[in-house]
Ligand binder design. Structure first.
Ligand SMILES: [Zn+2]
Ligand SMILES: [Zn+2]
Length: 439
């Protein structure tokens, strides 16, 4: 008990602060920070055991049934208002503080991947299931088990301080971040459609992802932090003819080769790469059936990654113009189709600058810094289109593993150091409290 008691002088100072209504008294921020540290230390073993349990029982996107129950039971045990079944298996908990103030949301993703775990751990996953008609292993190879355990711990820490919280904290546990199974909807987009950001609507949202950097290192970035993704389909239509007499038709294979080379200039000559990086990759090309037939058409499939919404428009236009122009010069046509973009994970610059001090304090000297953008993607981007958000990275590679040998997320060897868990809890709890207090 004494570990949570607020120093007497702090209470005296709080009681003379003006402008606070309600029965509870405002407490100096430094006392709340100390209370977060103390409460986190008390529940760290519990957070580790949640993480191990979740790791041993991974579930694929939109199938997080056991996971969802575990989370909902925990939030209910803390006396929160809990909504379940949001976007299939999502859980939303609302914690109303004892003092008036804004609303902040914290998000964790819940899904595992069709990966067979190769890490030798007592709690390694042995789960197998069917995915797209194939039998696969299931593993938390992206580390979402850590995100959930961290957010469950954060919920417990903040629930214990409820009377002293100046506002409301919303806990969003989201399924299917890696994408919904074929033919289904899911993920952040569906969570928003099903009201995860309503009643109450948050004024800001925070989330984190574990990364292969040193344990406890916190990386952040204002503006575009993770890429927008679009799949690119180009169908080049020529005219079929004999391979020995190409002048009798229009060759879509040579035209496709020119288009692939031409597309390299969209990034290297047309995009302002001082502003943000961009990637255009053709990963698949299908055309032709035998050596002496020039086929009628070729289909190419690729991926486009951008980090700036304006640049995305320019890159899209450049791809269209380049493919269509080159095709037309050959007497062929190019039909260019881009899927609607998964948005850029765009961290609100003002919010990011405001919260950097919190992240630096939590991480400790030299353990938090700005990081380069990542050309991978995150559907946290959908929440950030609705409310100002900050998505940051937490390192989970222990000193014993050289960084260049550390397995990346999605690898069957991906391994997260549990000593990063309490740092994650303190990061989210401190961000929530500092935001609510207007720090
Ligand atoms: Zn992932
Ligand atoms: Zn992930």
């Amino acid at each position: 008990m004494t570990r949570h008691s607020i120093p007497f002088l702090a209470l005296v100072a709080a009681s003379i602060l003006p402008g606070v209504r309600g029965s509870a008294q405002a407490v100096p921020l430094s006392a709340l920070h100390q209370e977060i540290d103390d409460r986190t230390a008390e529940i760290t073993d519990q957070v580790v055991s949640w993480r191990r349990d979740l790791h041993e029982h991974p579930e694929l996107g939109n199938r997080e049934f056991r996971t969802s129950e575990l989370i909902a039971d925990h939030l209910r045990s803390l006396g929160m208002e809990v909504r379940t079944g949001v976007a299939h298996t999502g859980v939303v908990g609302v914690l109303r503080g004892g003092l008036p103030g804004p609303v902040v949301a914290l998000r964790a993703d819940m899904d595992a991947l069709p990966v067979t775990e190769m890490v030798d751990l007592p709690f390694a996953s042995r789960v197998r299931t069917e995915y797209n008609g194939q039998e696969v292993g299931v593993m938390h190879a992206c580390g979402h088990d850590n995100h959930m355990a961290i957010l469950m711990g954060t919920a417990e820490v903040l629930a214990g301080m409820r009377e002293r919280l100046p506002g409301t904290v919303k806990f969003i546990f989201q399924p299917a971040e890696e994408g919904a199974p074929a033919g289904e909807q899911g993920g952040a987009d569906l969570m928003i459609q099903e009201g995860a950001l309503e009643n109450p609507r948050p004024d800001a949202i925070f989330g984190l992802h574990v990364m292969p950097s040193p344990t406890g290192f916190i990386g952040y970035r204002a503006g575009g932090a993770m890429a927008s993704v679009q799949t690119l389909y180009i169908t080049v239509k020529g005219r079929q003819t004999h391979g020995a007499m190409p002048w009798g038709g229009v060759d879509p294979i040579v035209t496709s080769a020119q288009i692939i080379m031409g597309l390299q200039t969209v990034v290297s000559r047309q995009a302002d790469i001082t502003k943000a990086p961009a990637v255009v990759t053709i990963g698949q090309i299908d055309g032709g059936v035998r050596s002496n037939i020039i086929p009628d058409s070729v289909v190419m499939v690729g991926t486009v990654r951008t980090l700036d919404p304006e640049m995305r428009e320019k890159v899209q236009d450049g791809i269209r113009r380049t493919a269509e122009g080159i095709a037309s010069s050959a007497g062929a046509t190019a039909d260019v189709r881009l899927t609607s973009p998964l948005p850029v994970t765009y961290n609100d610059p003002e919010l990011t600058h405001r919260m950097v001090g919190t992240l630096e304090r939590v991480a400790g000297p030299g353990m938090a810094s700005e990081v380069p953008p990542i050309t991978g993607s995150e559907d946290f981007s959908y929440y950030e289109q609705e409310v100002p958000g900050l998505f940051f990275f937490l390192g989970v590679i222990p000193d014993s593993i050289p960084l260049e040998k550390a397995a990346s997320n999605h690898s069957p060897y991906f391994f997260a150091d549990e000593s990063a868990l309490p740092i994650g809890v303190r990061a989210l709890a401190n961000l929530a409290v500092d935001f609510l207090a207007g720090a």
